[in-house]
Every structure is written in structure tokens, then in C-alpha cells.
Design a protein around this ligand. Structure first.
Ligand code: ADP
Ligand code: MG
Length: 236
């Protein structure tokens, strides 16, 4: 295997997704995409272009109807539901537009509960949850319920939850879509820092300001990916 292939977190070979209908819809035409470890990639496109379809495939929430998806060197096509869930839980951190926090759980519990695939003892998981919340500047709000937090703080809890298992991939769907411009800018600053720390970030968005922060942008229109399918040579 070449160095580039060995370092790839995501490799899509001809991955597509059709829905049988009626009427049949090709939400994603077969596409190739490589994302290297440590990359910050934006995927942009208008409403209905196939962004969510692609996100669900990348996040192992859906399976392609054509092609091959290799995540972290693992061919996901051969996996059963349980192995897919375990791989998703251990290697992918999600950040969604609407935060998806459990409303009756504290910030710390929301992050703690993301560690169901982590077999370490509970005290260790609790320490990891607190460390992740401190990492996003919420060490003083461990016991807060989501309803008592601002939108920006809620998204930071969601980011802590995404990071707590030390994921190979942080996958974000319109992460600033529900935030005012100040909180959106703070979240983007946080992503810059995560990128500096070496995380692999894939951010799906229709907001050009979000895409402007990424190292590479791939566009999607009518279910077709355009733009560089693989990064150039590493610059570090
Ligand atoms: P975006 O997230 O960019 O707005 P989507 O990925 O949600 O776009 O949708 C892309 C296309 O696929 C749209 O035409 C949509 O109607 C279609 N589509 C998405 N999910 C399904 C489904 N489960 N069944 C049929 N068509 C779907
Ligand atoms: Mg969508």
C-alpha cells in the first residue's frame, strides 16, 4: 500500500446511493474521495444536492448501493450491523446542526454516554468526559442541563461528545446552522484548533464562510461530486 493510501481515513471508490422509489432517485452518483489523516475538508452544495446522503454514508448511518467505502483501512462493505455500529461509535464523532443532546441529562452525562463502546472503567470514562468538556472551555458547566446552556455552549457540549472517544474522524453536518454569527465564529475557531491538534475534520455545509476555513473544498451538485477528489502532497 502506498503511503497516501495508508494514511487515508476515508477512501470512497465509486460509492453511490440510489433509492428504489418509485420514482427511483440517484441521490449520489458513484464518486471517489480520499481524505487523509489530519485533513480539514469542507463539502458544500445547495439544498437537495446530496449532502445528507453523503454524510450518512460517511458516518456509517447508511450503506452505499454501489462502490466501496474504506474507513481507517477497514473495508466497511463486509461488516454486519453490530460491527458497523461499533466502528461508528469508536472512530467517528458527530456534530449536528441541532446538537442532538439528551435534554434531561447534564453536559457531563451527555459526554459520558457517548462512551458506550469504550470498555474502560466508569471512573476513567467520567474523567475523560470532564477532560473533553474542559477542552471546549466548559469545565465550569459539567452539571448544566442543555436547556440552561446557550446555543453556542450546547454545540460545544456536542463537540466534547464528538471528541471523547479520540475519533479518527469528526463528521459535522451544518454545525453552525443554528447559531448566531458570534457563536458560529467561535465554533469555527474551535474547529481550527482541532485541526491544529491533528484531528481529521469533514464539515458538510451550504455556508461559504464555513468552507473558507477548510484546507480543501469539494462541491456537490445534483448528486455529483466535483473538486479535488484527493488532497495534494502533504504540506507538513
Ligand atoms: P441535501 O442534504 O443536500 O439537502 P439530500 O442528501 O437530503 O440533500 O437529498 C438528495 C436527493 O436525494 C434529493 O433529491 C432527495 O429528495 C433524495 N433523497 C434523499 N433521501 C431519500 C430517500 N430516503 N428516498 C428517496 N429519495 C431521497
Ligand atoms: Mg441535508
Amino acid at each position: 500500500m502506498s503511503r497516501a493510501a495508508a494514511d487515508a481515513v476515508i477512501r470512497l471508490d465509486g460509492v453511490g446511493r440510489s433509492f428504489p422509489g418509485p420514482p427511483p432517485v440517484t441521490a449520489l452518483h458513484p464518486c471517489d474521495l480520499t481524505v487523509r489523516a489530519g485533513e480539514y475538508l469542507a463539502i458544500t452544495g445547495p439544498s437537495g444536492s446530496g449532502k445528507s446522503t453523503l454524510l450518512h454514508l460517511l458516518g456509517l448511518l447508511d450503506t452505499p448501493t454501489s462502490g466501496r467505502y474504506v474507513l481507517d483501512g477497514i473495508d466497511t462493505g463486509g461488516l454486519g450491523d453490530r460491527d458497523r455500529s461499533t466502528l461508528r461509535g469508536r472512530r467517528i464523532g458527530f456534530v449536528f446542526q441541532s446538537f442532538h443532546l439528551l435534554p434531561h441529562r447534564t453536559a457531563e452525562e451527555n459526554v459520558l454516554l457517548a462512551q458506550v463502546y469504550n470498555r474502560t472503567p466508569r471512573p476513567h470514562r467520567r474523567r475523560a468526559a470532564r477532560a473533553a468538556l474542559r477542552q471546549v472551555g466548559l469545565g465550569h458547566r459539567l452539571d448544566a442541563l442543555p436547556t440552561t446552556l446557550s446555543g453556542g455552549e450546547r454545540q460545544r457540549v456536542a463537540i466534547a461528545r464528538a471528541l471523547v472517544n479520540d475519533p479518527s474522524l469528526v463528521l459535522c453536518d451544518e454545525p453552525t446552522g443554528n447559531l448566531d454569527s458570534a457563536n458560529a465564529a467561535a465554533v469555527l475557531d474551535r474547529f481550527d484548533r482541532l485541526h491544529d491538534e491533528g484531528y481529521t475534520l469533514v464539515v458538510i455545509t451550504h455556508d461559504p464562510a464555513v468552507a473558507a476555513r477548510a484546507g480543501r473544498t469539494v462541491r456537490i451538485g445534483d448528486g455529483r461530486l466535483t473538486g479535488p477528489a484527493a488532497a495534494g502532497p502533504a504540506v507538513r
